[in-house]
Design a protein around this ligand. Structure first.
Ligand SMILES: NC(=O)c1ccc[n+]([C@@H]2O[C@H](COP(=O)([O-])OP(=O)(O)OC[C@H]3O[C@@H](n4cnc5c(N)ncnc54)[C@H](O)[C@@H]3O)[C@@H](O)[C@H]2O)c1
Length: 338
């Protein structure tokens, strides 16, 4: 079946790898219309695909109504040539420091997510994949049985604790829009709660893995938050975040409007992560300092992925060992801006 994909935030970590995986078969007949406003990425992340005629890129802003009308018209012009139309919303205000920008977070992650969903419905798309976040689990991101499940009740920290929670609350609201659209028979779709995603091509060293590698490289030491003395996390390579999106998109029975956790089981403390990076970078006795404290940061974030593993054939492929080696090789080769 030939599919037309409409992807927002296409040069971001998840979007750019989606392009690569969709176009992986050189004889494939799928086509991608993607856009990004380069809020947190650059065209370089898709430089290996940009000349492929099956991929069309546009510098558009999800929050700009007239640009979104142009995008809609481009979709309508192509739609009839494909058997299926799938919308994937990857555009979002994501990086740690931006979580505190509540107005921007609301506009992009909530209002424009909803408009993009409305557009998908209005052009007759069959499916919509909504990227949510495991941050919705907030302070209850793990339990005594191990991973939190999609139907566990949530206890969210609030504005009294941190503005940062607005990111999680906004994403949670998008899950309701998704479910409502499916329940009303407008489209098929689901929401995905990703764990911490990383990529060897991350442009800015904001997330913890590139931050650690970059700090060791530039300063010979790393300064972590006080929370890192205890905190543990799992890390999802963007190869696996994308393969999960595509596995769900291809499994119609999974697109019931509900939510899927997507993560690995490989939990590591942030201190051990820093030590592992140092070891891989050839640094003996790394200097690790602590400064600052982030409220509303759970000690662990461990997700049960039983639901997606039961309903699709997805499972993560990239171990932290392999993923970190690739990240470090990229950074040490001076390709961090790739
Ligand atoms: N990175 C993570 O750890 C993580 C974890 C959980 C969920 N998610 C979710 O997964 C999705 C994909 O995130 P990612 O990891 O690829 O992050 P990313 O920041 O690499 O990609 C997001 C992309 O959206 C673009 N963007 C932002 N605002 C835009 C706008 N107004 N118009 C057009 N493009 C815009 C950015 O430039 C960027 O390229 C997001 O919805 C995010 O909330 C990410």
């Amino acid at each position: 079946m030939s599919t037309l994909y409409a992807i927002s935030g296409v040069t971001g970590m998840t979007g750019n790898e989606l392009v690569r995986q969709i176009l992986a078969d050189p004889d494939g007949t799928d086509h991608i219309l993607g856009f990004d406003n380069f809020y947190a990425s650059s065209i370089d992340t898709v430089s290996d695909c940009i000349d492929d005629p099956r991929f069309e890129f546009f510098e558009y802003d999800l929050n700009n109504d007239s640009e979104m009308d142009d995008f809609k018209n481009r979709i309508l012009a192509l739609k009839e040539q494909y058997q299926e139309l799938i919308y994937i919303n990857c555009a979002a205000v994501v990086h740690t420091e931006h979580f505190y920008h509540v107005n921007e977070t609301f506009e992009t992650n909530v209002v424009s997510m909803k408009k993009f969903l409305d557009q998908a419905v209005s052009v007759g798309a069959q499916k919509y994949i909504n990227c949510s976040t495991s941050e919705v689990y907030s302070m209850n991101s793990w339990n005594e049985h191990g991973g939190v499940r999609e139907d566990d009740f949530l206890t969210i920290s609030d504005a009294e604790h941190s503005q940062r929670t607005s990111y999680a609350v906004g994403k949670l609201l998008t899950e309701f829009f998704m479910k409502d659209a499916v329940d009303n028979g407008l489209i098929k779709g689901c929401s995905i709660r990703f764990a911490n995603v990383y990529s060897k091509n991350e442009r800015f060293p904001k997330h913890i893995i590139p931050f650690i590698i970059n700090s060791f490289k530039e300063n010979g030491k790393v300064t972590l938050l006080e929370n890192s003395r205890k905190n543990r996390r799992t890390f999802l390579n963007n190869y696996d975040s994308c393969s999960a999106v595509l596995a769900l998109a291809k499994t119609v029975s999974s697109l019931d409007g509900s939510v899927y956790n997507v993560a690995t089981d490989e939990e590591i403390s942030i201190i051990d992560l820093a030590k592992l990076c140092a070891e891989k970078m050839g640094i003996k006795d790394p200097v690790i300092e602590f400064e600052g404290f982030r409220a509303s940061d759970p000690e662990r974030r461990l997700l049960s992925t039983e639901k997606i593993r039961t309903r699709t054939d997805w499972k993560p492929q990239v171990t932290l060992e392999i993923g970190l080696t690739e990240c470090i090789a990229n950074y040490l080769n001076g390709q961090e801006n790739a």
